[in-house]
Design a protein around this ligand. Structure first.
Ligand code: SF4
Length: 492
C-alpha cells in the first residue's frame, strides 16, 4: 500500500475528522458540493497581497513534481537573509509549503496567511503541523505567526498593508503542540490503512471548524424527520439529544423542549392544519400605507477593500429591486438599479435610491435588519444624502413579522420564517416564483459571486450575467408582493 502523503490541508482535515480524510481518498464521489467559491477567491487575493508584507521575496512556484519545490527551497535557504514564499519542506511523508518564510542566518520565521478576520483554533493546528515538519528536519524555528485581516482597517488612498493585516505570534502554542502533532500524524496513518469504510459517528465536528461535505452521506440512515431538522435549535443541543437516542421527531415530540420546536414537530408529524391568526395579521397590515414600496438589496464583500471607505468583508450594496403601488387599487410598478462592474457602487446606488423612494412611502423589506443596516451605512457615508436615506430607513416595516411570530404558519415552513421556506410553503406550485427556473443567478450567494467577478468577463458574458442579476433581484421583490397579497387575502 502506498504511503500516505500528508499536506497542511490534509492534516487539518484529519484533525477535524479522520473519516473525512478517509472519504476524500476512498469515496470522494459521496461529497456534496458546498458553496465555497468566493471564499477561495478571497483567499487567493489575500495570499498574493500578504506576500508583499515583508518586502522583496523569492517565490517557489507550484510544480506537480514536489521534489523540485523542495530542491528550490533548499537553494534559497542557503543565502540568508531573505524572504521565501511557498518555501516547501518534507519530513517522512509530511509535506508543507510555508506561505511566507523569513530566513535568517540563525533561524526561520514561519507566517501562515489566512483571509479570515480572526485567529481560529484550526489555524493553530495548521501552523503547528508546519513547525513540526521544519523542526523535525532540524531547522531552528524562531517564530510562528498567523497573518490575518484586520476588519477595523478602512481604506483611504493606497492600501496600507501593515494596517490591513494583523500578525499574531503563536510560537508558544505551536511549539507546545509538537508531540501532539507527531502522535496525530501516526494515528492518522494507522486510521487510513483501513480498507473497510470506518464507522465513526457524527458529532459537532461535522460543522466545526467547517461544514463537512459528507454530512448527507453520513446521516443517510437517520429517520426522515430527525433532530437535525429542528429549526433554530443549537447544534450542541441537537447532538446532546442525538447521543441520548432522541433522534426521531416521534420521540422528541414528548420531550420538554422549547414550544416552537414542539410545534414544528407536531405540524410535520400530524399533518396539522395551517395557523392563521387573522387578528394579528390584520394589525400588521394596518401598519402599512400607500405608496407602498417593496425593497430588496443585493450586497457583496471584498476581503481586500478596493475603494475608499471600505473595510474587509463590509457589506457593499450593488443592486436593488423595487416593486411599488401608489394606492389601494394602483398598478404594480417596478424600478431597479444595478451598478457597473469595477467601480464603487455605493454613491450612485444611494443617489438613485433617494430618487426612487419618496420620503413619505411605506417601505417593506423581508428581514428588515439587513436593509436598514445597508441604508444606515450609506447615510453615514454620504452626509448630503443622509436625511433622505434615514427617512427611508425609518419608514421600513418587516414583512417577515407575521411569519416570525408564527401568526401565519404551515407545516411546510419546517419551523423557519426565512423567505426561502415561506415562499414555497405559500405558493407550492407557482412557476412564476420558482428560483430554480431563473437563467443565471438563483440565490444571494451566487449574486455575490458573479457580481464580484463581473469586470473580468467578456462584454457578452457581462450582459448575460447582468440580465441574470436583474431577474433574480426582481423576483425577490415580486415574491414579497405575492406574500403581502396572500396576507391580505387570508384576512378578508
Ligand atoms: S459528516 Fe461528520 S462524521 Fe462524516 S466525514 Fe464528515 S465530519 Fe466525519
Amino acid at each position: 500500500m502506498d504511503k500516505l502523503y500528508l499536506s497542511k490541508s490534509k492534516y487539518c482535515r484529519a484533525v477535524q475528522c479522520n473519516k473525512m480524510l478517509w472519504m476524500d481518498k476512498n469515496k470522494p464521489e459521496c461529497a456534496e458540493e458546498l458553496d465555497n467559491e468566493s471564499v477561495f477567491e478571497n483567499g487567493t487575493k489575500v495570499g498574493i497581497l500578504a506576500k508583499e508584507l515583508f518586502g522583496p521575496h523569492i517565490d517557489i512556484s507550484y510544480q506537480e513534481d514536489l521534489t523540485k519545490m523542495l530542491e528550490e527551497t533548499k537553494k534559497c535557504l542557503l543565502s540568508p537573509p531573505n524572504v521565501i514564499t511557498e518555501a516547501s519542506f518534507e519530513f517522512d511523508g509530511n509535506f508543507c509549503s510555508v506561505d511566507i518564510l523569513r530566513n535568517f542566518a540563525d533561524g526561520l520565521e514561519v507566517y501562515e496567511v489566512k483571509s479570515s478576520t480572526e485567529v481560529k483554533d484550526i489555524y493553530l493546528e495548521d501552523i503547528s503541523y508546519q513547525v513540526y515538519v521544519l523542526k523535525s528536519l532540524g531547522y531552528n524555528v524562531k517564530k510562528a505567526c498567523i497573518v490575518y485581516l484586520n476588519n477595523e482597517y478602512e481604506r483611504h488612498g493606497d492600501l496600507e498593508l501593515d494596517k490591513l493585516f494583523s500578525i499574531e505570534d503563536v510560537t508558544k502554542i505551536a511549539f507546545s503542540k509538537f508531540e501532539e502533532v507527531g502522535k496525530k500524524i501516526a494515528d492518522t496513518r494507522e486510521y487510513m490503512k483501513q480498507t473497510e469504510e470506518p464507522t465513526d459517528d457524527i458529532g459537532t465536528k461535522c460543522f466545526n471548524p467547517y461544514q463537512c461535505a459528507y454530512w448527507k452521506y453520513c446521516t443517510r440512515n437517520l429517520p426522515e424527520n430527525n433532530v437535525f431538522q429542528i429549526r433554530g435549535m443549537k447544534t450542541n443541543t441537537k447532538f446532546n439529544l442525538y447521543f441520548n437516542g432522541l433522534i426521531d421527531f416521534k420521540d422528541l415530540v414528548n420531550e420538554d423542549l422549547n414550544k416552537k420546536y414542539i410545534e414544528q414537530m407536531e405540524y410535520e408529524l400530524f399533518d396539522k392544519e395551517d395557523t392563521i391568526n387573522k387578528a394579528h395579521i390584520k394589525n400588521f397590515l394596518n401598519k402599512l400605507y400607500y405608496p407602498l414600496y417593496f425593497l430588496d438589496f443585493e450586497t457583496y464583500q471584498q476581503a481586500i477593500p478596493e475603494y475608499d471607505g471600505i473595510r474587509p468583508y463590509m457589506q457593499i450594496p450593488f443592486q436593488y429591486s423595487l416593486h411599488y403601488v401608489q394606492n389601494e387599487n394602483g398598478e404594480l410598478l417596478h424600478k431597479e438599479f444595478l451598478a457597473n462592474a469595477n467601480e464603487d457602487p455605493r454613491r450612485k446606488l444611494a443617489e438613485r435610491l433617494v430618487l426612487d423612494i419618496p420620503t413619505d412611502a411605506c417601505v417593506l423589506a423581508y428581514n428588515m435588519k439587513f436593509e436598514k443596516g445597508v441604508i444606515k451605512n450609506l447615510a453615514e457615508t454620504y452626509a448630503d444624502l443622509s436625511e433622505k436615506l434615514m427617512q427611508i430607513h425609518d419608514n421600513i416595516q418587516d414583512l417577515m413579522e407575521p411569519f416570525q411570530d408564527r401568526d401565519y404558519y404551515t407545516k411546510d415552513m419546517h419551523g423557519s420564517y426565512s423567505i426561502k421556506y415561506v415562499l414555497p410553503a405559500l405558493f407550492p406550485y407557482d412557476k412564476e416564483l420558482d428560483y430554480h427556473a431563473l437563467p443565471v443567478v438563483h440565490n444571494g450567494g451566487e449574486a455575490m459571486t458573479v457580481f464580484a467577478s463581473l469586470g473580468e468577463k467578456t462584454k457578452e458574458e457581462q450582459e448575460r450575467i447582468r440580465h441574470g442579476l436583474l431577474e433574480y433581484c426582481k423576483l425577490d421583490t415580486l415574491a414579497m408582493v405575492k406574500i403581502w397579497e396572500k396576507l391580505k387575502a387570508v384576512v378578508r
